[in-house]
Design a protein around this ligand. Sequence first.
Ligand code: UDP
Length: 406
Amino acid sequence: MNTQRVAFITFHASPLAAPGAGKAGGMNVHVRQLARAMGGLGIQVDIFTRQLPDAPDTVVDLSPNVRVVHLPGGAPDTPMEDLFDCLPQFLDNMLEFQRQSALDYQVVHSHYWLSGWVGHRFAQALGVPHLITFHTLARIKMQSRPGENEPPRRQQVEGELMASAHRVVAFSPHERDSMVQLYSADASRIELVPGGVDLSLFRPLDQVESRQRLGLNGGKVLLYVGRLESLKGVELLLRSAAQVDSCHKVRVLVVGADNTPGQTEINRLRNIVQELKLEETVEFVGRVDHEDLPFYYSAADVCVVPSFYESFGLAALESMACGTPVIASRVGGLSTLVQHGHTGYLKSWRCPEAFANSLEIIMSSARLRQSMGQAARRRAEGMGWEQVAANLVLLYDYLGEGRGGE
Ligand code: UDP
C-alpha cells in the first residue's frame, strides 16, 4: 500500500516552538523535520498539537503537504504533571476534526507517551495502524540519574503502549533493549529508526569566519548545546574544563536556556563557575536560534555532550554534521551515534579527568580534530531526515497492508 496521509500527534511539544527554551528541544525539532521530509516525499502530514495562546489559528501550514493542527487540550497554563487529565478532551477534538474534514489518515504516529494515549484510541477509532516514538521513557530516565522520579501512571501507560502499538520506534539499540528489559516489551514489535539531521542547515562552515562572526578571538573553543537542566550534566563540562592544562586559553560556550522556575540549574552552574574561578573562560550564551547554530558548531574545536542520558542526542549529530568532533558520555543513543576514536570520544565514567583527557587530545592536534571532524560529517551524511522519512514510510506501507500483526 502507498501511504498518502498520516496523522502525527505531539500533544505537548509543538513543532512550531523555538527549541532551546522552556521544554522545547530535540523532540520538537524531530517532529518538525521528520514531517517536513515526509511532506517532501509527497505524503500529507497533519501534526496534531494542543492549542496555546501563541498559536491562535487552528490550522497552520508548515511546509508543502504538512500542516500543524492546534486543538484545545486543557488550559494553557496546565502544569506538565496534570496534562494527562486533558487528554480525553484533546482526543474528542481530534475525532471531531477528522469527522468534519473527512480526512482519511492511513497511519497514526504518536510522539511521547501522552500523545500515545491519544494516538492509540484515535487509531483504533479509525481502524488504522498506530506507531509510537517515545523520545524519553520514565524507567530509563529513573535509572540514569539518582533523584529522577517519574509518576507510576506514566510507567504504566508506556508499558501498555508498548503492548498495544503496531510498532514502537526506537532510536538506538540501547533504547530497544531497555524497553525489553524494563517493560518486558516484545522485541519483534520494536523497529530501530534513529533520528536525523538537516544536512543543508548543519554543514561545515569556515572556522575562522564563524569565530569572527561570534566575536571569538584566539584560543580553543569548547561547546555545549541544549536546554539547561540537571539531566544534561553540564556541571561535568565545567569541571572538565577546569582540569584542562591550558585552561586559560580555552573558551567554553554554553548554549541554551534554563526556563525552570527560579532558574535553578543555571544559578547552580554559575556558582560552580565561580567556585572553579572560570569566570573568564565560561560564557552562558543563552538560547540561540536554530538557524544560527551552525556558526557555533563550526567555530568549536569540540562539542561536549555530558548528559546522564540521551535517548538520541540531536545536538551531537548536528555537531558531527558541521564537521566538529563530539566528546560524549557513553549513554543511550550517544553510544551508537558517536564512534569512539573515530568521530570523537565516548566516556564511560562521569569524571572530569576522563573528559579533560579526551579534550586535551583533540585540542592538541589540529590534524586529529580535522580528521575526526571529516569522519563525523561523513557519518552524519548517512543520517539526513530524507533517509529517516523514507525508512518510516516503508514501515507505514508495510503496516498499512495489514502485515504488521495485531
Ligand atoms: N537548540 C536550539 N537552540 C538552543 C539550544 C538547543 O535550537 O539554544 C536545539 C538543538 O539544535 C537541538 C535541540 O535543541 O536540535 C536539542 O536536542 P537534543 O536531542 O540534543 O536534546 P533534548 O532537548 O531532546 O533533550
